[in-house]
Structure formats: C-alpha cells, structure tokens
Design a protein around this ligand. Structure first.
Ligand code: NAD
Length: 499
C-alpha cells in the first residue's frame, strides 16, 4: 500500500502552478478577458490552481495559430506524423506517475486507475494511431484503358474538439491522436471542471509538438465551447459530453455544414442470465465483479452499467452476493493505491447524484446498499464522495431511464431472453451493454439484439484502441477508436486521370 503525497507537498510527483494560461501557437497566452476561474480538487474540495477563462477572442487567436500551422503540418509525411505520435507516447509513458497523480488530483478518480488504466491507455492510443496512419493505403479504380481514378486521403484542416471531465486526459487523447495522425491542426477545449491535468500534459509535450498544431483554450461551455463549435473556421467538430449539449453542437455545426462526431450519454444494461450462478466458480466470480463495474470511476463513465437486469430464478441469490461484493469495494482517499472508488469530479455532480438518490427513494425504489454521501473523515470530508448505491425497482422509473453519472445501479429482474432484450432496449440511449452467460449462443444473440454500439459479453469496461466505440440512438453520432476513426478526420480526394 502507498499513499501519494498531494500535489505541492514534499515527495509528490506533481507540483501544480498557481495559475494556467491558454496554450496557443506553442506559447502560454493570457486570456483576452483577463479573467481566471478557481479549480478545486474533488479530493478535499479545496482550490489548488486557477485557470484562464476563455472567450470568443481566445478561440479566434487559437484558430489563427491553427490555420497558420495546418498547411505545413498537413503535408508532413505519414512517417513524420507517426514519429511525433510515438514520441508523445514515450514521453507520457516515462512520466506516468506525474500525470496519474495530476489526473487524480484534478478529477478525484483513484490513482490505481490513473496509473493502471487512464495513462497506459493514452500511451497505447498514440501508438495505435501512429501504426494505423502508416498502414493506411489509398486506392485506385481502373475506369478504362486510358483512365484511372486515384483516391487519396487528405486532412480536413483545422478541427475543433470539446471534451468532458470524467476522463480528462484520456478523452483528450482519444480525440488528439487520430486528428494529428490524419494531419489536422486542432483547437481543443477541456471541461471547466477538470482543466488542470491537461495543462500539465501540455507542459510536458510542448517542446515536441510543432507550434499551432495543438492549441488548448480553457473556459466554460457557452463562453468558450460555443464560439469554437459554431465557428466557420473549423472543418469538423468532435464533442464528448451530454446528449442535450450534443444536440446544440449539431445545430451549430449545421450552420457551417461541417461533420460532427458526438459521443454522448448512456444508460447501459448489464444482463445476468441464470446460468451465471454455480458453485463459486471463476465465471460466477467474474460476473459478480462485472456487476460492481457500475462503481468504476465513481460511475462517471458514459458506458456505466447503471441498469442491472437479473434473470428471475437467480435474482435473490445473485443480488445478495452482488451487494456483498459492492460493500467490499474500497472507497477512500484517491491518492491511496488501495482505493477503488474515489471522489466525484465536482460538487455539482455530487449534488446531482444525491438528488437522484432522493428521486429513487421518492419513486419507491428500494435501497439495497449505500444511498448516502460518504463521510471519509479529516480533509476528505470537504471532498465529493458518494457511497456506491444499489437500487431495486422498475425500468420505467427515472433512476432507470435518466443518466445519473454516479456510482448508482438500478436493478430489476427479467423473465427469459425476450424480456431481457425488451428491457435492455427500452431506453433512449444505446452506448454500452453487458451480457453474462455461459451459453455462447445466448451471449452472441443478445450481443446482436441489443441496440448499443459496444456490447461486452462476459467482460466489461475494456477500451482497447483498436475496437470501435460509439453510440446507437441518442448516445451519439460516429465512432471513436479503431482505424476507422481516421476516416472521420480526413476527406477523400479523387484524381481522375486520363493518360
Ligand atoms: P457537458 O455536455 O455538460 O459538457 C461537455 C463539454 O461541453 C464541456 O467541455 C463543456 O464546457 C462543453 N459545453 C457545454 N455547453 C456547451 C455549449 N453550449 N457549446 C459548446 N460546448 C459546450 O457534459 P459533461 O457533464 O461535462 O460530461 C458528462 C457527459 O459526457 C455524460 O452525459 C457522459 O455520458 C458523456 N460522456 C460520453 C462519452 C462517450 O464517449 N459517449 C464519454 C465520456 C462522457
């Protein structure tokens, strides 16, 4: 067991600056408004740095820098772009603790996750797209004896990216890696709740990235996000966040007729068929572990398995075993490497989750375990902690239909395969799902019948760079990860040549 020293304290790998500017054209640039906003750590609720408050003027400055850089960057060889991505990956990898602790302090998530998942995935993502861009090939069509149609991939130019607060560094990387591999220059806006760790990342990478190729403007949604997403000088907007904001982004983009990638909300079902229970074997153990995944990252995951559907014959037995397992999930100081559930990312989010817990109680759902704010003692009492909570109720309740984005799972039973699929698909969303069965046929069929972009069968919450990720229904438009992502950041040039 180890507890990392808090940033700024002796022995901590991180020392945050007291103030961060925007990162534009390879330089630190003060906000045009002259204003900054305070950024608290969810671990204790105490402010630890202040951040430039961006406005339309800053976005224009960042777009100037991106437009100045884009033509040359777009013409670099794919080998050079791949080299840059690999260098970025190496730099992150050799500063894993610095970034992991920075991310934990900014977001509240456990350092065991940032060390073992968020940052290693970020490294792998850059390496994957370094390889993918080199493996990409153009094509030609033979028209007739004298004529050939060549198809080339070209970058879009300057693209805008807006990200949320639940995986600040990883969400930035999911967007930056394919955009840069494809030869675009980027203006990115981090979430106002978690802007700081990305600035540490920018400091770390600043000397590697050609000036203007990546520009970071901080600030709030309507003040900095909207002027970016609605700007006629971008050729694409990629957004991750709430479904309601996604609708606005699409409206802005329609004014400029530019493509969007939208990664939005979810209310993912996690289905447990009767055959998962046995005499305490490994499969059963894995399924129970899969149930507790609703608390991973404090439930602040777009694919959080926030609805658990358990087949009636095993309902009571499975639920009581799952409750015991959930109570054993260790909640505590996010800087402690033993902690599995940390703090919610912001006070607003804490309040939202607590209000949904009240809504659940009010609509008659039964609290199986949890259901309160977690008081962890000492400095942590100022932080934003919620007990992992299991509700039992019906799929038409608000706690089953609305995204809570906290460590809260709503559980119900089902009768047979068709009922499971009906309940699973009875949602506006279609991002993720889990299916647990020893019967390969059942698992496969359910995987195909569930209307969701990612269905994990007999596993959950794995995010390899080479598996496509994205939403059906109101969970999004387009895909991220996988080499198909390059298509979202490129346009096709057709050269029709008569010889
Ligand atoms: P949000 O929509 O409130 O904010 C996301 C980002 O959009 C922030 O940077 C914010 O400043 C910006 N923004 C807000 N209003 C804007 C506007 N009018 N114009 C331009 N930008 C604006 O979402 P959030 O609360 O930060 O994030 C949580 C949501 O993100 C959840 O719904 C979650 O499911 C979703 N999410 C989805 C995925 C996915 O891949 N599908 C991944 C992570 C999170």
């Amino acid at each position: 067991m180890a507890v990392y020293a808090a940033p700024g304290q002796e022995g901590s790998p991180v020392s945050y600056k007291s103030r961060y500017e925007h990162f534009i054209g390879g330089e630190w640039v003060a906000p045009a408004s002259g204003q900054y906003f305070e950024n608290p750590t969810p671990v204790t609720g105490q402010p630890f740095t202040e951040i430039a408050r961006g406005t339309a003027d800053d976005i224009e400055k960042a777009l100037d820098a991106a437009h100045a850089a884009a033509p040359a960057w777009g013409k670099t060889s794919v080998a050079d772009r791949a080299l840059l991505l690999n260098r970025i990956a190496d730099r992150i990898e050799s500063n894993l603790e610095l970034l992991a602790v920075a991310e934990t302090w900014d977001n509240g998530k456990p350092v065991r996750e940032t060390l073992a998942a968020d940052l290693p995935l970020a490294v792998d993502h850059f390496r994957y797209f370094a390889g993918a861009i080199r493996a990409q090939e153009g094509s030609l069509s033979e028209i007739d004896d004298d004529t050939v149609a060549y198809h080339f991939h070209e970058p879009l130019g300057v693209v805008g990216q807006i990200i949320p607060w639940n995986f600040p560094i990883l969400m930035a990387v999911w967007k930056l890696a394919p955009a840069l591999a494809a030869g675009n220059a980027v203006v990115i806006k981090p979430a106002e709740q978690t802007p700081a760790s990305i600035m540490v990342l920018a400091e770390l990478l600043a000397d590697l990235i050609p000036p203007g190729v990546v520009n970071i403007v901080n600030g709030f949604g309507t003040e900095a996000g909207k002027p970016l997403a609605s700007n006629p000088r971008i050729r694409k907007i990629a957004f991750t966040g709430e479904t309601t904001t996604g609708r606005l982004i699409m409206q802005y983009a329609s004014q400029n007729l530019i493509p969007v990638t939208l990664e939005l909300g979810g209310k993912s079902p996690n289905i447990f068929f009767s055959d998962v229970l046995a005499e305490n074997d490994d499969f059963q153990d894995k399924a129970l572990e899969g149930f507790t995944m609703f608390a991973l990252n404090q439930g602040e995951v777009c694919t959080c398995p926030s609805r658990a559907l358990i087949e009636r014959p095993i309902y009571d037995e499975f639920l009581s075993a799952a409750a015991i397992r959930t109570k054993a999930v260790r909640q505590g100081n996010p800087l402690d490497t033993e902690t599995m559930v940390g703090a919610q990312a912001s006070n607003d989010q804490l309040e939202k989750i607590l209000s949904y817990i009240q809504i659940g109680k009010g609509e008659g759902a039964r609290v199986v375990t949890g259901g309160e704010r977690a008081e962890l003692g000492g400095d942590l009492n100022g932080g934003y902690y919620v007990q992992p909570t299991i509700f039992e109720g019906r799929n038409d309740m608000r706690i089953f239909q609305e995204e809570i984005f906290g460590p809260v799972v709503s559980v119900t039973s089902f009768d047979g395969y068709d009922d499971a699929i009906k309940i699973a698909n009875d949602t506006l969303y279609g991002l993720g799902a889990g299916v647990w069965s020893r019967n390969g046929n059942t698992a496969y069929r359910a995987g195909r019948d569930i209307q969701a972009g990612r269905v994990w069968t007999n596993c959950y919450h794995q995010y390899p760079a080479h598996a496509a990720f994205g939403g059906y229904k109101q969970s999004g438009v387009g895909r991220e990860n996988h080499r198909m992502m390059l298509d979202h950041y490129q346009q096709t040039k057709n050269l029709l040549v008569s010889y």
